[in-house]
Design a protein around this ligand. Structure first.
Ligand code: CUA
Length: 337
């Protein structure tokens, strides 16, 4: 197989694979995404029908070509001209009707999406950062307000009202299986309501070019049964776990003595930085660096050792650590479940 055909084949495979699974607008798992998918299929169906009708008419015209009168090729047949004018008028009206119909359908879907949600919605504030997502569960009680990053847990079946903001440039929040996209804009707040019908892990991706690491700005929405969600929430509210091993204890001491605490917070310790992700329960998250690495002790060590090699341009600097220190810090952070 030539390399061109191989490239074409892999592009086609990727295109098809991109339409299914946990990050796909064509695999809707919530009412918002379902309405958008229905609208997509309506547009696709109507457009395909129009295209087929045009192609059929073209084929019929080509096959039924009549010979021109030999004596006077430019002579017009008034009866036929009249029929043609009426046909064109009907087709113009039909085109206008299709356009108005599709515009109306689009308007109605947009309107229904904007009206989604309810007063019992769970409220979460999502702030876009270059290049990660700060997630804050808001509560009237300050002690029950929870800050995390890059992973949103939600209860199945309950509407979730996201308040979207940005701390730097424009980002766009898009979890295609659950809802359409919405921008995060500096200096204003946008809202998005999403609901998951079934438990699952739905991947999302920043959908507005926001700089060098735009592509590595993924987010996971973990939809759980209400009891599991509540248990997760209570566990996340707790201060950081005490280190369970000598290595982890040493890791905590190293972490607290280095520049890490200028950017990161670990509840229950003096670390209170606000510019980077809250690490109180970083060990419980599925990924690191906004979906860049799967979370593990080894990946933590690799990330801390050289973040600029893994995610060039990210705000996480290289903090000089010895091999022992690095291993200890990774052990400490991996234990923050
Ligand atoms: Cu944030 Cu693209």
């Amino acid at each position: 197989m030539t390399s061109a055909r191989l490239a074409l084949l892999s592009a086609a495979t990727a295109a098809v694979a991109g339409c299914e699974g946990r990050q796909s607008a064509l695999d809707p798992q919530g009412p918002g995404a379902e309405r958008i998918a229905d609208l997509f299929w309506l547009f696709t169906g109507v457009s395909a029908a129009v295209w087929l009708a045009v192609m059929a008419a073209l084929a019929a015209a080509l096959l039924r070509q009549r010979p021109l009168p030999a004596d006077e090729p430019l002579r017009l047949d008034p009866a036929r001209e009249g029929r043609m004018a009426r046909l064109v008028a009907v087709l113009v009206l039909a085109t206008a009707a299709v356009l108005v119909g599709l515009t109306g359908a689009s308007y109605l879907v947009n309107k229904s999406l904007a009206e989604m949600g309810g007063e019992d919605a769970l409220r979460i504030r999502v702030t876009g950062q270059q290049w990660w997502w700060q997630v804050r569960y808001e509560s009237a009680e300050p002690a029950r307000t929870l800050t995390t990053a890059n992973e949103i847990h939600i209860p199945v079946g309950r509407p979730v009202r996201l308040t979207l903001a940005s701390s730097d440039v424009i980002h766009s929040f898009w979890v295609p299986s659950l809802m359409g996209k919405q921008d995060l804009v500096t200096g204003r707040e946008n809202e998005l309501v999403l609901t998951a019908r079934r438990p699952g892990v739905y991947r999302g991706q920043c959908a507005e070019f926001c700089g060098w690491q735009h592509a590595r700005m993924a987010i996971l929405v973990v939809a759980e049964e209400p009891e599991a969600f509540q248990a997760w929430y209570e566990a996340q509210l707790a201060p950081a776990a005490e280190p369970a091993s000598a290595a982890a204890r040493r890791g905590r001491d190293v972490f607290l003595s280095k520049a890490c605490i200028l950017c990161h917070a670990v509840q229950g310790t003096p670390a209170g930085g606000r510019t980077g992700p809250d690490l109180t329960h970083v060990g419980s998250r599925r990924s690191l660096a906004a979906g860049t690495l799967p979370n593990s002790r080894g990946a933590l060590a690799a990330w801390i050792a050289d973040p600029q090699a893994i995610k060039p341009g990210s705000r996480m600097p290289n903090v000089p650590l010895s091999g022992d220190e690095l291993d200890a810090v990774a052990a400490y952070l991996a234990g923050l479940q």
